[in-house]
Design a protein around this ligand. Structure first.
Ligand SMILES: Cc1cc2nc3c(=O)[nH]c(=O)nc-3n(C[C@H](O)[C@H](O)[C@H](O)COP(=O)(O)OP(=O)(O)OC[C@H]3O[C@@H](n4cnc5c(N)ncnc54)[C@H](O)[C@@H]3O)c2cc1C
Length: 377
């Protein structure tokens, strides 16, 4: 069995397969030169300088399980007829079962000087930003998504004058609505982040950025947190079915090709609790899907039915989301003394919840979202 990618999806696929077949060969081929690491801390504890330990497993962990981890190797294409993956250097790796878990790649910042902006996608990126932050007095974060918010709060918390520029009036409005955006803007402001939006960066200079209204912002450090898109190129070039740039899989993570599975950010998987395909870009969901892909490849298929979710850290605040992520019709805001709950509803059902300091609501949502219970007033 081969897993392409050493993120949570690839790793759990390999481990799940190994647990069911102690004797068969299992290889993990990954473009990342680093030992597998946790990504969520990169924009939180690691960037804030609070924790440097992001390794997921020691080399010994892989050795004991006889999982062959081949790092710094890019798979270029999949030959379905020969049942081989071929690397950029032309090396061929035969497979019997294949799990594609290449994750997502950053959406490029398409403006002059974009090469002056740093990205935050890998451990190497996070180290580079931390090094640059040591010298910086000012920073600009381009993009108001989850990673941008976390990174901006960390930089401001390190004493760097930090401005976030986003295309929306408040951060995360498109994804979570105005009520959520206003509250997230307040959290950022409490951390010392200045927010500018809606605005567009038209140029990145080596000392800051220029905005579409002609204004200039100082930034010794500029971070482009402009989002990601799933990397389905391996599937597309092999004529494996994709939709909206993701690899289509059933609830067992099986693709349209024989013995080929996909999991994680790249997958558009059928969720049996939702009754439809759900895209996710979260750590826990990628690990869950990888586990299912590995078990299915081993001949023990289980079905994906968990409700996706994630946590987001803005300074000391911990936002928690549970839900299908897309397709809500309206929202219901409940403010609490030191937090809030936003219920997302569609067709008379709860389809998601975003909460701050409201763990009872968060737990209740996990039950309601998965079970299609009608909304009660
Ligand atoms: C800074 C940061 C913070 C995050 N914070 C959170 C959070 O708080 N909560 C949360 O739920 N999610 C968070 N995420 C998102 C989460 O990390 C992803 O959803 C998750 O890592 C997806 O897992 P994956 O296995 O699908 O892909 P990835 O983890 O992206 O792994 C993909 C792997 O495939 C390899 N690869 C790609 N192409 C090839 C190829 N052609 N050949 C060989 N190898 C290849 C890559 O090198 C990599 O090892 C964060 C992400 C980042 C970057």
């Amino acid at each position: 069995m081969i897993a392409v990618g050493s993120g949570p999806a690839g790793l759990s696929a390999a481990a799940a397969f190994r647990a069911r077949h102690p004797e068969l060969r299992v290889q993990i081929l990954t473009a990342d030169p680093a030992m597998p690491y946790a990504k969520p801390p990169l924009s939180k504890e690691f960037l804030c300088g609070r924790d440097h330990h992001v390794d997921l497993h020691t080399p010994d962990w892989f050795d004991r399980r006889r999982l062959e981890l081949v790092r710094g190797i890019t798979v270029d294409h999949v030959d379905l007829d020969a049942r081989e993956v071929i690397t950029r250097g032309g090396r061929r790796y035969p497979y019997w079962n294949l799990v594609l878990a290449p994750g997502a790649i950053p959406v490029p910042l398409d403006v002059p000087g974009a090469e002056n902006a740093l990205q935050l996608r890998s451990l190497a990126d996070a180290v580079t930003i931390r090094m640059a932050a040591l010298q910086a007095r000012s920073a600009v974060v381009i993009g108001g998504g989850l990673i941008g918010c976390e990174a901006a709060a960390c930089l401001a918390g390190s004493g760097i004058a930090t401005t976030m520029v986003a295309g929306e009036p408040v951060p995360l409005q498109r994804r979570f609505g105005l009520d959520a955006g206003e509250r997230i803007a307040k959290l950022l402001s409490d951390c010392g982040v200045r927010f500018i939006g809606p605005a567009r960066v038209v140029e990145v200079r080596d000392d800051g950025v220029t905005l579409d209204d002609g204004g200039c912002l100082d930034g010794d450090l500029v971070v482009a947190a402009t989002g990601v898109r799933p990397d389905a190129r391996l599937a597309e070039s092999a004529d494996i079915r994709t939709e909206g740039g993701r690899i289509v899989v059933d609830a067992h993570m099986h693709t349209s090709a024989p013995n080929v599975f996909a999991a994680g950010d790249v997958a558009l998987a059928h969720n049996i609790a939702a009754g439809r395909r759900i895209p996710t870009e979260h750590w826990r969901d990628a690990a869950d899907q990888g586990e299912i892909a590995g078990a299915s490849a081993a001949g023990y298929p289980t079905a994906w039915g968990k409700v996706p979710g994630f946590h987001c850290a803005i300074g000391e605040a911990r936002l928690k989301y549970r839900g299908w992520g897309i397709g809500y019709e309206h929202t219901r805001l409940v403010d609490h003394r030191d937090g809030f709950t936003i219920w997302y509803e569609a067709s008379g059902e709860v389809v998601g919840v975003l909460s701050l300091n409201a763990d009872d609501d968060y737990r209740l949502a996990a039950e309601l979202v998965g079970t299609h219970v009608p909304v009660s007033d």
